[in-house]
Design a protein around this ligand. Structure first.
Ligand code: SF4
Length: 466
């Protein structure tokens, strides 16, 4: 299997910024191409076999830019971007690893391997936070509107089908299920009309987030077909268009030298000129991603459209569980005109056992990091869990009435009335997710628990009836 190579025409150069962006081919490698990735030759045969095993279950995709410019090959396996993109043995539980390794060693049939891989994937909580059942709206006849998620009143997420891949895959990706070719686990729409019809009938929605995968893998023409109609007066209630992307890190050439980069920039300028807020929700995990000349050129070009770039990313063991890394990342973001926005807690899916960090450690890292940066970088929200009831931030650890507790708050909630009401969990040094926590002060339930159960039940019944 040949690695796929796409040549992108240069249409822009970084004049006056110390050089020019050369035409760069987009060369991508998947599991079948592992033996073609030159620097991997330095690994032992056993280590390469481990990579084959893990990438049989979890998606793997990397491109030449990441390999050449973001990874320090003299520092593997510790290099953070290597951990971020290349499969490691510990990413599978030993029992899962052994099952798949045994089949590969014994030359099992494709069908047998596929059956076992499928079973393992389903044991990895492929759709955390009830995404399939709870977030997808239905039409008047009860049919699920694939590709749309409407969890919080004012914000709709749209998953355009052409954008359900990424320029490389993060090993910790919480949307990994979409990348493994299992149709049952996919949730996307190629119907711009589905989105537009939905928004037409929901005037309470002010924000649309295009997400994936990465919508920036789409051709500009596709992106335009989704976004341009939203500039018409009938969508005046949509005040903000957000685009979630990791292209600024994994393939910044998308914004500076891709064939349709100029068209993309013009489209984004038109959004801003229409009076809507354009927010690029950029995914960063490490300051190394901001260090290359082309990454910084892409940021400058995007900012030139009038878009606001906000940065977010999870706190991940082996990659960025170090206050110094976060402090340097946020400071660098501010220098480049990006607003630090969210530090997420690793989701309860996929290889979470490898990547998770206890909540108390996450909070300590946040606190130590934020103490090192200036006020402009302190816009970032502390460790936040995107759980089914809502986005819950760990605000700190305190001792109240003799009890050690976590102080929590909803940043977003299924019921907006939950937002900003502090609540308390018993301190637990091992807890890594909301469902590990118990209410403090002898309470039997969270203040939101009954209401959430009722909302959940209603959604599940609607899903069952459809
Ligand atoms: S960029 Fe986002 S969607 Fe794409 S692989 Fe990484 S975490 Fe997943």
């Amino acid at each position: 299997m040949q690695a796929q190579i796409q040549t992108l025409k240069p249409q822009w150069s970084i004049s006056g910024a110390g050089g020019s962006v050369e035409p760069t081919p987009f060369k991508v490698y998947t599991q079948r191409d592992l033996d073609r990735i030159a620097p991997l030759a330095r690994l032992s045969e056993e280590a390469r076999f481990e990579m084959r095993v893990v990438s049989s279950v979890l998606p793997f995709r990397v491109n030449q830019y990441v390999i050449d410019e973001l990874i320090d090959w003299d520092n593997i396996p510790a290099d953070p971007v290597y951990q971020l993109t290349f499969p490691q043995r510990g990413m599978l539980a030993p029992a899962h690893y052994d099952r798949v390794a045994e089949l590969l060693r014994s030359g099992a049939s494709k069908e047998e391997l596929a059956r076992v891989v499928d079973e393992v994937r389903h044991e990895l909580n492929p759709h955390p936070a009830d995404q399939m059942e709870m977030n997808m709206p239905r039409d008047d006849e009860g049919h699920r509107l694939d590709g749309i998620q409407h969890k919080y009143r004012e914000t709709v997420l749209f998953f355009p089908s052409q954008g359900q891949t990424c320029h490389a895959y993060c090993t910790f990706c919480f949307r990994w299920a979409q990348f493994v070719g299992d149709k049952e686990l996919r949730m996307a729409s190629s119907e711009a009309a589905v989105l537009h019809n939905y928004l037409r009938t929901h005037p309470e929605v002010t924000d649309v987030l295009f997400t994936g995968g990465d919508p920036m893998v789409m051709k500009t023409a596709h992106l335009k077909s989704y976004i341009e109609p939203l500039l018409a007066p009938e969508f005046d209630h949509i005040r903000t268009i957000r685009i979630g992307t990791k292209a600024l890190s994994f393939w910044p050439h998308r914004f500076v030298s891709a064939e349709d980069a100029d068209g993309l920039i013009e489209l984004l300028e038109r959004v801003v000129e229409s009076g809507k807020q354009l927010a690029i929700m950029a995914h960063y995990n490490h300051w190394k991603e901001l260090d290359t000349e082309v990454a910084q050129a892409a940021i400058r070009r995007l900012r030139g459209t009038g878009a606001m770039i906000r940065a977010q990313g999870p706190l991940i063991a082996h990659i960025n569980d170090d206050p110094a890394v976060w402090a340097r990342l946020w400071q660098k973001e501010v220098e480049l005109g990006i607003v630090p926005y969210y530090m997420f807690v690793e989701r309860d899916t996929g290889a979470r056992n490898y990547f998770e960090v206890p909540l108390v450690r996450a909070w300590e890292i946040y606190r130590e990091a934020i103490q090192q940066v200036s006020g402009l970088a302190r816009t970032v929200r502390g460790p936040s869990m995107s759980a089914s009831p809502g986005k819950v931030e760990v605000q700190g650890v305190a001792e109240i009435a003799g009890e050690k507790v976590f102080v929590l708050r909803f940043i977003q909630g299924r019921n907006p009335d939950w937002v900003q009401r502090p609540f308390f969990a018993k301190y637990d040094e091992k807890a890594t997710w909301l469902n590990h926590l118990k209410p403090a002060f002898g309470e039997e339930k969270w203040f939101w628990e009954d209401e959430y159960a009722a909302i959940r039940e209603a959604k599940l019944q609607a899903a069952a009836a459809a």
